[in-house]
Design a protein around this ligand. Sequence first.
Ligand SMILES: O=C(O)[C@H](O)[C@@H](O)[C@H](O)[C@H](O)COP(=O)(O)O
Length: 241
Amino acid sequence: MNLLIYKTQPELLEDLAEYIIKIANKAIDEQDCFNFVLTGGNSPKALYEMLATTYKDKIDWTKVYFFFGDERNVMPSHESYNGLMAKKAILDPLNIAEDHIFYIDTTLAPEKAAIEYTKAITKHFGGADLVFDLILLGMGDDAHTASLFPGTTILNNKNVELDSVFVEKLSTWRISFTAPLINKAKNVAFLVFGESKAQAVKQVIESPKKNTQLYPAQLINPIDGGVTWFLDDAAASLLDN
Ligand SMILES: O=C(O)[C@H](O)[C@@H](O)[C@H](O)[C@H](O)COP(=O)(O)O
């Protein structure tokens, strides 16, 4: 696990953008494509905008395929649809071709949406193992990541790559990558900033006894690529070392 802590969000975002560029260009050199899983929430918006402007000439974006690690159970036109935020912040500004964007189809019932998404991703990988080059993750102040919320059924899911899950505390359904799918990725990066996340960061990273039901982000331990935490001082403020 790599911990990178920054005084300011601009410094964090700049380094994270460079990290993404490096992984993307390596993947494009090696396999002529970059399979990139976006996170939802508010934290990544400025990063996506930065990639679409300052860094737009640093990658051959025509070789990038975009996926979503989770999605809310709302219509694609709804303001809280993660795909819509990404469409506005990076996908439209970079004119990404429709066939390079894998939105989660929330016009379907959640369970069906998860099944159809799994089929679409499986087809994209041509039946090979679903190993993404980079999965970006955020984390809530309750230590959830993607839609792996504390105490939910999806946390015990070892068999499928994607699942639908009812999140009691939000009284809503979500569709999400499971921890086993995330852990297959070559690289995983958490983007976490702000005071409100400090307790969860400490619990996930430093608690001596793992409790993945309580702190689901502890489930994220990629087999090969390792996980890098991009934190600002505020989010890292309760860490001991
Ligand atoms: O769909 C989502 O909301 C995300 O996938 C979720 O896991 C998010 O990353 C965290 O809730 C942090 O969200 P913020 O970045 O808004 O704090």
